[in-house]
Design a protein around this ligand. Structure first.
Ligand code: CMP
Length: 482
């Protein structure tokens, strides 16, 4: 269809040009006959016949000039621009070129056909007329010059998405003409914003060849883990159509609100003009990802929880899993089922985000921890630098040194990923020790071994046997055991 249209235009152009040239040729060829014929018509024509023929020549020349300028303008600003830059030059630029070129050529033709006419004087007399015309066309001229300044400044181009005007119209720029910027809104309406308004008012431009970003909001229940939510949403969004692969989407918490945790996802678009569809697709992907991952949107409602005063962070359903976890910890393996259950009931659960510190070196400590989910690293300061001496995974325990010796914490323990730990306090341990005095011995061995690991140099560590024996008596003393 566009090809047929172009061919039609080219055919019409060449036919018009051929006709104009032919008429021009004939008017020159039969100039004398035409003048003679005109003179023979009436008295007035006797004196004016030559001027009429010249006027005819002027019109025909001007027509040829106009057609040639149109052809040149199309070649440069349509084909040339599309070839070099990938898009056509704005209509305004084409029109300015045509007017300047045509005026220049017309004056040239005029002065060669009517050399006796003084163009300077003609312009002077038309100056007053120009002022009157200028006043009448004040708005039009204002738009025209604003259009020129928009072209010079180039704040946006055809194809960019802009938001402009008092009504904050948003749409894709389709054309920048003499009078106005034509934008097509996302409701497929055409809005014309006059050039003077576009040049004067605040303008938001999302260039076509720029990676523009969007924000989409969602929320979750307070019980859903932020680390899991962020991971799930990031993976779901990055694969959506029209989401740029060049930058990974960012998911972050915006607010801790009444009904849940508010998040935003920031993503970058390949084609910004389709942001409505892409926002919708992103929301859709989040919904499905939530379904698969067992995450829940927070409704804007108040949920009333009637909760029995349980120990912090542990629901009844979870207790079974905790008993299972504690019975798998090697130091607790000698304990009976009742003792492990008692320990599980005395334990409290805490969740730490990645890189959060669970224990800080130097702090006093009266509890120990078991890693229930995730992992932690044990870090000490070595010559002013942090050094990891051990990584403890699910089922491992830490914090026993300060608990059993009463000394300050010997190292920093930091969550490597989202980590759940079970905290067991002094009183619960004392009850266990009273029932299982042998446990103290195995613990003193572990503590002695860990102390060796903490020593920066091997020679700093004391003899294992002696240290273990010393520890054993100090633990017994600390817990008031015989
Ligand atoms: P505590 O001193 O109470 O606090 C820091 C904890 O890091 C410490 O108890 C141990 O549980 C743990 N820890 C210290 N050194 C080591 C090590 N070499 N290997 C494993 N865990 C350690």
């Amino acid at each position: 269809m566009p090809h047929t249209y172009t061919r039609q235009k080219v055919t019409t152009f060449f036919s018009a040009l051929a006709l104009a040239i032919l008429t021009l040729y004939l008017s020159f060829h039969f100039q004398n006959q035409l003048t003679f014929w005109l003179k023979s018509q009436n008295e007035w024509l006797i004196t004016h016949a030559e001027s009429i023929v010249k006027l005819l020549h002027l019109i025909l020349w001007a027509l040829v000039a106009y057609l040639l300028i149109r052809a040149i303008s199309s070649l440069i600003f349509r084909l040339g621009f599309r070839w070099r830059r990938g898009f056509e030059a704005p209509t305004l630029v084409r029109n300015i070129f045509s007017i300047v070129a045509f005026t220049g050529l017309f004056l040239l033709i005029f002065s060669s056909i009517f050399p006796e006419v003084n163009l300077g004087a003609l312009f002077t007399t038309s100056a007053i007329f120009g002022v009157i015309l200028g006043l009448a066309l004040q708005d039009t001229l204002g738009n025209f010059f604003a259009g020129i300044s928009l072209q010079a400044d180039r704040p946006f181009q055809v194809g960019d998405v802009i938001t402009v005007g008092a009504k904050q119209n948003t749409g894709v720029v389709e054309e920048i003409s003499w009078r106005a910027v034509k934008i097509r809104t996302f409701q497929n309406h055409v809005v014309l914003v006059s050039n003077s308004v576009a040049a004067r008012e605040e303008l938001e431009v999302c260039p076509r060849d720029n990676l523009n970003a969007r924000l989409v909001f969602f929320n979750t229940l307070y019980t859903d883990s932020p680390v899991k939510t962020i991971h799930v949403v990031r993976e779901a969004v990055r694969e959506a159509q029209n989401v740029s692969q060049k930058i990974t989407p960012i998911v972050r918490i915006r607010n801790l609100s009444d009904s849940g945790v508010d998040y935003e996802v920031k993503y970058w678009l390949e084609d910004y003009a389709k942001y409505n569809d892409t926002d919708a697709l992103v929301r859709e992907r989040i919904w499905y990802a939530f379904r698969r991952a067992g995450l829940t949107f927070a409704y804007p409602t108040r949920t009333l929880f009637v909760e029995r005063p349980l120990r912090s962070g542990i629901s009844e359903g979870k207790e079974g899993a905790i008993i299972e976890r504690l019975s798998a910890v090697d130091i607790f393996s000698p304990l009976s089922h009742e003792e492990t259950t008692m320990l599980a009931q005395a334990a409290s659960s805490h969740v730490f985000a990645p890189a959060e510190t669970v224990i800080r070196a130097g702090d006093p400590g009266s509890s120990m921890f078991v890693v229930h989910g995730g992992k932690v690293s044990v870090q000490i300061m070595d010559n002013g630098r942090s050094r990891t001496v051990a990584t403890l995974e699910e089922g491992a325990f830490f914090g026993e040194m300060a608990l059993f010796t009463g000394e300050p914490r010997t190292a920093n323990v930091v969550a490597e990923e989202e980590t759940e730990v079970l905290e067991i306090g002094h009183d619960a341990m004392k009850r266990i020790f009273d029932a299982n005095p042998d446990l103290v011995e195995s613990l003193s061995h572990i503590i002695a071994e860990r102390r060796r690991g903490l020593a920066a140099r091997a020679e700093d560590s004391a003899d294992m046997q002696a240290e273990s024996a010393g520890l054993l008596s100090s633990i017994k003393r600390f817990f008031g055991m015989k």
